[in-house]
Unconditional design. Structure first.
Length: 502
């Protein structure tokens, strides 16, 4: 909890007490404790109608990998290839959510979640990526969203959380080809048409940076002490920097084309945006100079994704670094990429870097992350809740975002079932409390955050780490499929009910 936030509350409490309660003297009893508590809690509340959501993705929870006409995805193929995933785990069964979705929605209701962000498996809808749709695949998402609506949980659908139809990978190299961007838009339009009466909010693509960088080249993540870790993912390509820039361009183009298709095919009230892990530069000190430096760094760090989607142009530095004619693009494509959005979604886990101002170009300097910097369980997860303040603040300040969703935030922990049958994830509770206090501080400062989605509703298949890294607030025994709400689920239940950090 930063000092500035605490100080602000005290100022507000004092003001409320002076004006509202008219405390005559300090000796007066009873003390205006109730008034103070009321003012304190209203100062700590999230905005009215704020969504308290949980999130998952299709490949990580559904299972039923080859049922009801579903086509193979690049993750099916990648995980079925020995050596790619820790313990050679795969998502064939995962949480068996495809069959247990009713129980899972009931659990969401039980923890007072008011929204659910799930993803749609493209190869369930178009087994070959394009062509004839598979009605049984569409039916699953109709059943799921009917169940959610019946329980008063608002569905938010992500169209692409990395499980590309393998057929498109085989045909044209996946996102290496512009045809995949076009196929994605057709699929998006079809979904808006089919689910438009049930789903009002769509995220086009989840984490452009992660799937492009780690799937098509291999992602380097900066850790404390100058250490870098390598993350590789499906389809497991090792492209050059120049080739990678073209893949990035096709991904953002796919987003823009899908935005247009969803608007063309969905009902008028349909809302659409992206869900990106926009790299966040955090100012070392909260001064106007540091904040400006962090904004400049954030804009540059995201040149290939967030910046071009919100500005409709690549930065000069990005193009210079791209060299020669790469990426190849037209002005028309840039316009499509920057199609107007109803909201932006950001996945916020960690600061990407800390910066301070510099009198040398580009006007900021990234500082090293100390070797002893605290982290959560995942190898890449350095800890600093203050990023939950600066992330939405940057989106508002740099790009004028008017509606922001935190589409993911959470952490892995070494959860075990205790002798009494409970799961005591005290570290996750600490993490969530710290992050949401910072998010609340942002809303109190007028940053337009409309909802928060915790990653994840349940433990699930954590990509190359398999089932070892548990991110859920509900524990899953993957042998029996038994679900056990953790301590953090109890925390979420109360926080969501009171609309504040507890
Ligand atoms: C996200 N990093 O991935 C994904 O959207 C989820 O599918 C995933 O399960 C979740 O976060 C937890 O990992 C990330 O290096 C991958 O900072 C890498 C990073 C962050 C998020």
């Amino acid at each position: 909890m930063p000092f500035s936030s605490t100080r602000r509350q005290f100022v507000k409490v004092a003001a409320a007490t002076a004006v509202g309660a008219m405390v005559p003297s300090l000796s007066c009893t009873p003390a205006p404790r109730k008034e103070i508590e009321k003012a304190q809690s209203s100062a700590r509340q999230f905005p009215k109608d704020f969504y308290w959501g949980v999130a998952t993705s299709s490949y990580q929870i559904e299972g039923a990998w080859n049922e009801d006409g579903k086509g193979e995805s690049i993750w099916d193929k990648f995980a079925h290839t020995p050596g790619n995933i820790k313990n050679n785990d795969n998502g064939d069964v995962a949480n068996d959510h495809y069959h247990r979705y009713k129980e899972d929605v009931a659990l969401m209701k039980d923890i007072n979640a008011t929204a659910y962000r799930f993803s749609i498996a493209w190869p369930r809808i178009f087994p070959q990526g394009t062509g004839t749709p598979n009605p049984k695949g569409v039916d699953f998402y109709k059943r799921l969203t009917d169940e959610l609506r019946a329980k008063g949980v608002e569905p938010f659908a992500t169209l692409y959380h990395w499980d590309l139809p393998q057929a498109l990978q085989d045909k044209n190299g996946g996102w290496v080809s512009k045809d995949t961007a076009k196929a994605f838009a057709d699929y998006g339009g079809y979904i808006a048409e089919q689910l438009g009466d049930r789903v009002k909010h769509y995220f086009t693509i989840n984490e452009f940076a992660t799937f492009v960088e780690s799937g098509y080249q291999g992602l380097e993540v900066k850790m404390g002490g100058g250490k870098k870790i390598h993350i590789g993912a499906a389809p497991g390509l090792r492209l050059s920097d120049a080739e990678l820039k073209q893949v990035r361009h096709h991904a953002v183009l796919g987003h823009g084309l899908a935005v247009q298709a969803i608007r063309a095919k969905g009902p008028a009230a349909t809302k659409v945006g992206f869900a990106e892990n926009t790299k966040m530069a955090v100012p070392v000190i909260d001064t106007p100079e540091h904040v400006k430096a962090a904004e400049a760094a954030t804009r540059e760090l995201n040149a290939g994704f967030t910046t071009v989607m919100l500005e409709g142009r690549y930065t000069d530095a990005y193009l210079a670094q791209a060299g020669g004619g790469t990426p190849k693009f037209t002005d028309e494509e840039l316009k499509t990429i920057a199609s107007p959005l109803d909201f932006v979604g950001i996945n916020v886990y960690r600061p990407s870097t800390y910066v301070e101002p510099s009198d040398q170009p580009p006007g900021y300097r990234e500082i090293p992350i100390n070797a002893s910097h605290p982290k959560m369980q995942s190898s890449w997860h350095i800890l600093d809740p203050v990023v939950m303040y600066w992330a939405p603040r940057n989106m508002q300040k740099i790009w004028g975002a008017k509606s922001i969703y935190i589409t993911e935030n959470g952490c892995a922990a070494s959860d075990v079932v205790a002798a009494d049958g409970r799961v005591y994830d005290s570290d996750r509770v600490m993490f969530l409390r710290g992050c949401l206090a910072e998010l609340q501080r942002a809303t109190a400062d007028g940053v337009p955050v409309d909802g928060y989605f915790l990653w994840s509703a349940q433990d699930n298949f954590e990509w190359i780490y398999g089932y070892g890294n548990r991110f859920g607030i509900i524990y899953v025994d993957f042998k029996t499929q038994k679900r056990i709400p953790k301590l953090s689920a109890d925390w979420f239940r109360v926080a969501a009910r009171q609309n504040m950090v507890v």
